[in-house]
Design a protein around this ligand. Sequence first.
Ligand code: SF4
Length: 416
Amino acid sequence: MRKKVYFKTFGCRTNLFDSQVMMQNLEDFDITEDENEADVVVVNSCTVTNGADTTVRSYVNHIEKSSGAKVFLTGCGAHTKGEKLFENKKVFGVFGQSEKQKINMLLKENTPFYELGDLNFVDDAVVEEFIGKSRAFIKIQEGCNFRCNYCIIPFVRGDARSLDEKRILEQVYRLSSNGFGEFILTGTNVGSYGTGEGTNIARLMKQMSQVKGVRRIRVGSLEPIQINDEFKEILGEPWLEKHLHVALQHTSPGMLKLMNRRNRYESDFKLFHTLAEKGFALGTDYIVGHPGESEELWREGMENVKRLPLTHLHAFSYSKRDGTPSAMMKNEVSGNIAKERLHELSSVVDAKNLEFRKAFVGELDVLIESQREDGLYQGFDQHFNKVVIKSDEDLSGNWLTCKEFEVKDEYNYVQI
Ligand code: SF4
């Protein structure tokens, strides 16, 4: 009888992509969506904070207690916690990202193994089908050359390197032939695509847009300096989603220095206004409560946030990551204060998002992703704002142009 494998994916889109690659390379096993009936569990782990490590460890313990399935560990956590879990016999096998295409063979191993592989490998996996998703993720690069003080990622994903352009375009071609119209470019530091190789992300996107069936392209996250002149030239293209996620991480100049960030508030301010004038909805990452974030620096950051045309926010409280410079810093911020700050920041950006949606004049271009439990459909528009739709027809996976919509507090509402 064929064994059943359950994939548990933690963390970011890169991990989601890696899980898809593994699923696609399984030949002698069946995939199950039900953890309880699995003979084998593959944990694709994240190690971005100490908390993420704890979550992965607890999950491995939970499997051991509940089902006793054979557990394999991969993903970023394999590099930081793999050895310990392996020594303690909590996992049967540990393998690094470079080994993922060998998964069929690895899961058949009879002897425990610990195989981290090559941290600097260049991925050549092609994904043809995304199970249960209406948007396709395309991985274009891996690793990061930045060294932000709080971040462990470069140590577990290696330095920046790009995937081969031909392979990327081949994948886009195959996915668009399978009905996908929206593509999301992902990687550890996506905007560094092509660095040192005489190309860049704007050029790649232009090429992608020429593939038949490609309707919308989204970039996972960019660093401000990566929106260079060539990128600015594609801002008017109809295939570029009118939403950009530009990672600032903070808006106080002092905090940016403490975090060893490369962006500077003054130029971030100019960039955000340039993009907003062209009709873009703008999101950012923001870390609250990093060591050294005094009340004064926090207030300064908040005043600066208010001056930015932000519409989306991915904010989180700083969480210590052993092995990073920030973990050694004094002047830590208490969890309660960080929580309050996070709340304050989110309220400001939520209000800005509502303002943006109210001021928008035009049609919403919506890709419907799913049907909710209450029977309504849900998708995202060109500004990456949520749209909820009432319809008697089955709309899953459809594109819809909506002329009339109602702006609600948390989403736009359409009745057909
Ligand atoms: S840019 Fe900074 S935060 Fe992002 S992956 Fe690189 S080091 Fe980490």
